[in-house]
Design a protein around this ligand. Sequence first.
Ligand code: BGC
Length: 388
Amino acid sequence: MTLRTPAPADIAALVASSAELISELQDPGGAYPASPTFSAYRGYSWFRDGAFIADGMSSAGRADSAERFFDWCARVVEAHEDDIAAIVSAARRGSPVPDEQMLATRFTFAGVTGEDDWWDFQLDGYGTWVWAVAEHVRRHGVDAGRWANAIGLTVDYLASSWERPCYDWWEEHAEHVHGSTLGCIAAGLTSAVELGVLDDARTELATAEAAAVEQALRTRTVAGGHLAKWVGSSAVDGSLAAIVGVMEVVPAASDLGLATIAAIERDLTVDGGVHRFLDDTFFGGGQWPLLTCFLGIALARAGDPARARELLGWAYSTTAPDGSMPEQVGRHLLDPTMVDEWVERWGPVAQPLLWTHAMFIRLAVELDAHLRATATTVAGTDSLETTA
Ligand code: BGC
């Protein structure tokens, strides 16, 4: 399909309205709802979604919003200090606690686990929130001291448990060790050290474990020259664009980064819309604008801002007339027979999904920064500074 390239003013307007939407929906206690209306997500905040939303908001100059989310994360982690101590000591004794006793994936806005069953035990979000804090500190020069205790506890948790199989970004396949989960953990441990808020013992622990996780990522989850979905898989997953892009665990312009981007383009991207993975059947397995934005950031960092701009245009095209952006669109379904089943179960696709809005902001800011760095003059280009 042919897409209209959005004008710079349209992009700036969607960035501004997205930041406004996220800000309005943020709970006063700091939690970001995944989606205010979607039946299965309503009332919950995920560490994964929230950390990327905070990064998007931070990049758009909304420092206060991002910091309130980090405060919420810190309160949740600190409330689980005893659980973390038990998890760490059981792992040290060589008899790790069962998955049900690991920390949850999502919490109510009040910071409790909630009554509904979920595919709990996912490690990635605990790395991602620490990474987002470090990005924020680098960008805004704030003091990370108020999150130091929670970051230390997060390091203990991740260092003790990173080799465990767990559910992935898509809350599936708990039996595997996933490439993107390892990438998020490596980013979190490295960021914790870079923030300089750990004591000596934890600095040593985080440094050693970050190196081990990265080594595992680069050896155990590589197939055909690119990062792979899980240990033993030869497939790629859309989430890996974050590991080689915005998180830069593997630099986008390295051989492994370029091969991963190429595999996502080749296997998962149609007309600029990126699928999660080839076997996806959730709501028929559509295309996820947030993944298109992750891929766009990776491409910009790999030296292809023109393709990244096309992807920004594709993500823009998924916006509804009321300005809300969805979790996925059904333009190119991998398994159309599965749509009805999900609609009956949970209602229509989540919209707005705050994570999608945040990734649109983040890619737009990335491209804006790229434009300034290369000092290219494009007639009519608006500055995204209006969004701050
Ligand atoms: C996705 C998760 C996401 C959650 C909330 C799920 O459908 O698989 O990645 O964290 O929705 O947005």
